[in-house]
Unconditional design. Structure first.
Length: 382
């Protein structure tokens, strides 16, 4: 069974202005002092952030307990400090230049990237899925590239920036385009080709090390995994787990198809980088509200129709992994509630900053994954 891990970044905000507050160190000190959270609690690039880098899981139910538990622990500590903890792609408002966690690597990145860092105030969800080899990872990378626009749309959760509605559902995706490597990676011949090409990037355009290669999907340099990085940090546990199940199912499906390497290369060749690059920005703009690029159609299509086609494609893997019920519940919820971006925009429109603050506080401290929605799988998959 495919193993996986989840990395979630959280940001601490002032309860009145919803601007970042440099509370990351204080929360880290508290959680890292406990046996339960010591090994999975990490500092992040921004002094206002903290990260949950989970243990390795085989079952989604185990991941649910860990993700929800960490969110509760962070929310409790944030309340003690009188700040709001938010799991969103960008803060609703922010300062001219962020405070950075004081490490030599981060200082080096700031010196290298200069003013780019002013707007690099973003939080993401990264999903690691175990792969049998680096060569298998390249097969998966080539196979999943066409699905990145849909995954980006589902995970859109950053509509607000510097006190304004950007009109985009994932402004984080737009901000990340300023980095040397971002968005959709190119296709690769094999693992040797991948390693050779990323090595050539070192020292060029701010690529201080391989960890700064920021494609939406990449091979991990320190774990035997492929890492999905396209997602904004998510409002609630349920959506985090849904995105995780889709990534895991896509990995399993990519490796299970006949002649997997050739099939992945063919799928990748049919979706050139310029097309996927445009499709990713389209998804960043509209999320799931209108159309997304559908690789099975080869053009824009209604977003929820595209999602249903993906679920039918990976249904055998969802069944095998035990994730079909969770996926069906999440699709039904998404159709009713919308993405995180839609929910943030609605809360901000109705109630301004106080309304948005209530939404952020509720979704972290009371994870939606604890709730259940009665729905039949057949009604979702069609």
């Amino acid at each position: 069974m495919a193993t996986f891990g989840i990395e979630e970044e959280f940001q601490f905000l002032d309860p009145e202005t919803l601007c970042p507050v440099d509370a990351g160190a204080r929360v880290f000190d508290t959680l890292s002092a406990t046996v339960k959270w010591r090994d999975v609690t990490h500092r992040e690039f921004l002094a206002s952030q903290i990260e949950h880098a989970s243990a390795v899981f085989e079952r989604i139910d185990d991941a649910r307990a860990a993700v929800a538990g960490f969110r509760r622990a962070v929310a409790i500590r944030a309340a003690e400090l009188g700040v709001v903890v938010a799991s969103i792609g960008t803060p609703p408002d922010t300062t001219e230049f962020p405070s950075i966690t004081d490490t030599e690597r981060y200082r080096h990145i700031v010196r290298t990237m200069d003013a780019v860092i002013a707007d690099h105030q973003v939080s993401g969800l990264h999903v690691h899925v175990g792969i049998p080899s680096r060569q298998a990872g390249v097969v998966v990378l080539n196979a999943v590239r066409p699905w990145l626009p849909l995954l980006t749309a589902i995970a859109s959760n950053s509509p607000l920036w510097r006190g304004q509605d950007t009109g985009h559902d994932s402004w984080r995706t737009v901000l990340l385009r300023r980095w040397t490597t971002s968005g959709c990676p190119p296709s690769f011949v094999d693992a040797a080709d991948y390693d050779r090409r990323i090595a050539r990037l070192l020292g060029i355009g701010g690529t201080v090390d391989l960890g700064v290669i920021m494609w939406d999907v990449r091979l991990s340099e320190h774990l035997p995994t492929i890492e999905f990085r396209m997602a904004d940090a998510q409002l609630d546990t349920q959506t985090t787990l849904f995105i995780t199940t889709l990534c895991r199912a896509l990995v399993a499906h990519s490796l299970a198809v006949p002649n997997a390497q050739s099939a992945a290369a063919t799928a990748s060749a049919e979706m050139p980088s310029e097309l996927l690059s445009a499709a990713l920005l389209h998804s960043a703009h509209f999320g799931m509200r209108h159309e997304v690029f559908d690789p099975l159609v080869g053009a824009l299509a209604p977003a929820h129709d595209c999602l249903r086609r993906l679920l039918r494609l990976v249904e055998p893997e969802l069944v095998q992994l035990g994730d079909l019920e969770l996926a069906a519940e999440a699709v039904a919820r998404l159709a009713v509630d919308g993405t995180g971006a839609e929910r943030q925009r609605a809360a901000f429109s109705r109630g301004g900053l106080p309304g948005l603050r209530r939404l952020l506080a509720a979704t972290v401290s009371l994870p939606r994954g604890d709730e259940k929605m009665a729905v039949t799988v057949g009604s979702i998959l069609g």
